[in-house]
Design a protein around this ligand. Structure first.
Ligand SMILES: Cc1cc(-c2n[nH]c(CCNC(=O)c3cc(-c4ccc(F)cc4)cc(O)c3O)n2)ccn1
Ligand SMILES: [Mg+2]
Length: 214
């Protein structure tokens, strides 16, 4: 049967990128998605904003919701200080299988723990599975209708601490209106919008950065 888009993206990485070089994996994916086939990676423009927030936070514990092919996973992990772990959750086993291979190709597998399952089921298990007390940084890039329930779950499970940073992709396109309304109006968050574009297009999109105030 015909290959899937993630499989074609993986093939491009295996063909064009330098093994063990995260930047070449990132550049290969961006080139493929701009010139061959669009895919829902955070992309180079929003990726640069993601990089600057990760560098600013320099997290000891980080969580990514929505791995997809592992593009943002590699972007984040390449900037993490030694000894820190990025936990990334992926629901779709086919996406997860491709992401594991892209992460391995980049050479960053020791900094990354990819867990398959739904965010709503896995978040309450973070303490028991990983001994995580709180997350310094959370990147939300999964189902857009799960952003709000999942940060409420993070709050309930006491996985956020005063100063935890949440960065959410796609708050304009596809859009997460209920999440935006919540973080922009809740006294427990200080929020800021970074205007950008939907990956590889001219369509408006952006990232919302929210600090949990405790
Ligand atoms: C643990 C867990 C994980 C998941 C999960 N894992 N992987 C995903 C993918 C989610 N991402 C998107 O749907 C998405 C869509 C667009 C888009 C599409 C089509 C358009 F026309 C315009 C924009 C753009 C993006 O940047 C996106 O990120 N969900 C789900 C549940 N639980
Ligand atoms: Mg996204």
């Amino acid at each position: 049967t015909r290959s899937t888009r993630p499989q074609r993206l993986l093939r491009a990485v295996q063909k064009k990128a330098i093994k063990g070089d995260p930047q070449s994996v990132i550049s290969t994916i961006d080139y493929f998605c701009r010139h061959s086939e669009w895919a829902m990676n955070v992309g180079d423009e929003k990726g640069a904003i993601l990089d600057s927030v990760v560098c600013e936070v320099s997290p000891s514990t980080a969580l990514e919701l929505g791995t997809y092919c592992g593009y943002s996973t590699v972007r984040i992990a390449r900037l993490l200080p030694p000894g820190t772990k990025l936990i990334t959750l992926e629901f779709n086993p086919d996406y997860a299988a491709v992401a594991r291979q892209i992460i391995e190709y980049s050479g960053l597998q020791d900094k990354i723990c990819l867990v398959e399952g739904a965010s709503g089921d896995l978040i309450p298990k973070m303490q028991e599975l990983f001994g995580i007390k709180t997350f310094d940084f959370v990147f939300l890039d999964h189902w857009k209708d799960r952003y709000l329930p999942d940060i409420k779950l993070l709050e309930e499970c006491q996985l956020l601490r005063k100063g935890s940073i949440l960065l959410a992709d796609n708050v304009i396109c596809p859009g997460t209106p209920d999440y935006l309304e919540y973080v922009r109006n809740s006294p427990r968050y200080e929020s800021k919008y970074f205007k950008s574009h939907l990956e590889y297009t001219k369509v408006e999109d952006g990232l919302e950065k929210s600090v949990f105030l405790g």
